[in-house]
Design a protein around this ligand. Sequence first.
Ligand SMILES: Nc1ncnc2c1ncn2[C@@H]1O[C@H](COP(=O)(O)OP(=O)(O)OP(=O)(O)O)[C@@H](O)[C@H]1O
Ligand SMILES: [Mg+2]
Length: 389
Amino acid sequence: MSNILIIDDEKSIRKTLSEILSFEGYKIEDAADGEEGLALYKQKTYDVVLCDIKMPKLDGMEFLQKAAEHNSDVPIIMISGHGTIETAVEAVKKGAYDFIQKPPDLNRLLITIRNAKERNNLVKESKVLKRKATKVEDIIGNSEEIKKIKATIDKVAATDARVLITGENGVGKELVARWIHEKSNRTAGQLVEVNCAAIPSELIESELFGHEKGSFTSAIKQRIGKFEQANGGTLFLDEIGDMSLSAQAKVLRALQEGKITRVGGEKEINVDVRVIAATNKDLFQEVEEKKFRLDLYHRLSVIIIHVPSLNERNEDIPLLIERFLIDICTEYGIAKKNIEAGAIKLLQDYNWTGNIRELRNVIERLVILSGKAISTEDVTHYVMPKSLV
Ligand SMILES: Nc1ncnc2c1ncn2[C@@H]1O[C@H](COP(=O)(O)OP(=O)(O)OP(=O)(O)O)[C@@H](O)[C@H]1O
Ligand SMILES: [Mg+2]
């Protein structure tokens, strides 16, 4: 059954619309002004909103704007009186789905609502499809190390065990995290990523746990944190070694109790979240230097997956090159370029400090700069000089 919210200050209009629409099988809630309407709108998700234009407190245009700031997916149909048709047109330009005139014509009302609902379903469906289409890339490699990592992913994915992924920059830690989520039973929820190194320490708590409006100077609206967003899914704490000690204490508590409190809030909120963390730092060293809490380390590292550097598994390089050539040439809309055996050999012996990310960039450079095929000279020319500087 679809939920409709009717916002109008005229009681008779609310009554008529409610009666008609309930009769048609809709579930109706109503509000007598924009403010009251907005409060309801924020509490739950309606399928369609009918909203008058001239109202006390918050008028229809203001409601439209504030509603869209909160959730722009719900179609809003304006109800316009004689004097407000121009405003109604304006509202449609600003994102309202459509408008109907007072007194409402029954057929037009029902058709407009049905169309609005249909459009909304399409929007929702295409979002789901988009999510499915952005498939996780394969983990390429035939080395023992990669086989072991894939086997570990298969074993741990379906459990809720916390995983700590370690390894140098660009080795594929994030890719491993994505696969653990993908193969878990948590794909109805999201994989929510937090790059702990990129967030200033004074903001990380609000980022992770959310905040209540007014809890600090710049907290102008309530905000839902990453823990809550990841409810039912997976939270990926990237670069965990860079998290401040005070944030570490809060994360520890969240992991121990499965509950969080928004910054400036009092209510405890239960969260069902599986945590995967990653770092390129030696966390033991960080513990020794008192920069990382030992108790948090133990909580996070139920399973440890170490992703080896590319230099340690250079037998995977030919396969990776082949994959990147296909991907990059497709991206550029050109025929797949080939690469000479000698060129592959040179790349295999190269010292990859930036690991797979660097390899991909180098292949992209070679695709752009080489002729029909990538030759040994191309590699000495465009790749090797770098190691001399
Ligand atoms: N085994 C692999 N097969 C194919 N592509 C890979 C593999 N490992 C990594 N990649 C690709 O290399 C790039 C870097 O990987 P990713 O971002 O997962 O590394 P990371 O370890 O998280 O790096 P950083 O420490 O810098 O955050 C990505 O584009 C990823 O898709
Ligand atoms: Mg990463």
